[in-house]
Design a protein around this ligand. Structure first.
Ligand code: ATR
Length: 274
């Protein structure tokens, strides 16, 4: 039996063992998947121990994505771009880092929610790790425009410089957004505001005419962001549960060479947003 785990702190509420356990069952893979509460400041030692026990791979959640990136000795392009790892594969001395958060978000939006990104206008809120990881997968879809907005403008500007030449990426502060807004098709909240019940300082008109408002946080119900979108008449509202399951499916495929279907697991984890 090959061993895998998710590591985070806290880890009590993780859905990953359920998700990977279900994937293993439906694909007939012989593996175990546990949850590890990593000690703050002791990530590397704990992972050393897990590897010494013969582990094959690890998912990483807050606050260890940067530690996992530093721990790896091989980086995928998506991990390098994100500057963070959410998945590791162990092969002897090799520790290979991946980051599937961005592709998971994109797959949830395009495949599960049926919302096109190609040729559309996308508004992304936030310039932290979550937004950074999503930029390249989104730009590769050829949106007509991707507007990145952040309170601290310098962080958004730095990202735009890093991704220069990769696509139509534009940076804005929240206040200037009111002038820029000529209708977005997809509005994505990649800030951590909802974790504290806060709302990014968005002008109300950004939701007008949008097809989808997507909240990366999950299990928080109708966050202030989703409430504002609903009040403006956005038809499709989603939280990050589909993204969570899609990034897990990417990890599972990478580790095992078999792609599990995701619809059933997403349905089981979805809590109605109202
Ligand atoms: P993560 O890895 O989850 O993206 P992070 O790197 O700490 O977390 O980044 C948090 C992001 O949420 C940042 O873009 C932050 O904006 P600033 O860089 O301007 O601080 C954003 N954020 C957090 N709370 C917010 C709020 N109440 N309104 C708007 N943006 C917020």
């Amino acid at each position: 039996t090959d061993r895998y785990a998710v590591i985070g702190n806290p880890i009590g509420f993780t859905k990953s063992p359920f998700i990977h356990g279900t994937f293993a069952k439906v694909t007939g893979q012989d593996l175990s998947y546990e949850a590890i509460e990593g000690p703050i400041g002791g990530f590397a030692a704990r992972v050393d121990q897990f590897r010494a026990e013969g582990a094959k791979g690890l998912n990483i959640t807050a606050p260890f994505k940067l530690d996992a990136f530093a721990y790896a000795n091989e980086l995928s392009e998506s991990a390098r771009r994100a500057g963070a790892a959410n998945c590791l594969k162990f092969e002897g001395d090799r520790v290979i880092a991946e980051n599937f958060d961005g592709i998971g978000l994109l797959r949830d939006i395009t495949l599960n929610l049926g919302v096109k990104v190609a040729g559309r206008r996308v508004l992304m809120l936030g310039a932290g790790g979550a937004a950074r990881g999503a930029l390249l997968p989104f730009l590769r879809q050829d949106p007509s425009e991707l507007v990145l907005v952040n309170r601290m403008l310098s962080k958004a500007v730095a990202l735009a410089e890093e991704f220069a030449g990769r696509g139509p990426l534009i940076v804005s502060g929240y206040a200037e957004l009111a002038d820029l807004a000529e209708g977005y098709d997809v509005v994505i909240n990649a800030t951590s505001a909802s974790l504290r019940g806060e709302m990014p300082p968005l002008p109300g008109n950004v939701f007008r005419g949008a097809e989808l408002a997507y909240e990366l946080a999950y299990g928080k119900g109708l966050t202030p962001f989703l409430q504002a979108a609903r009040a403006e008449g956005v038809a499709k509202l989603a939280d990050g549960v589909g993204m969570l399951v899609e990034q897990a499916a990417e990890a599972f495929s990478w580790w095992r060479g078999v792609r599990p279907s995701t619809a059933q697991v997403i349905a089981e984890l979805t809590v109605p947003l109202s």
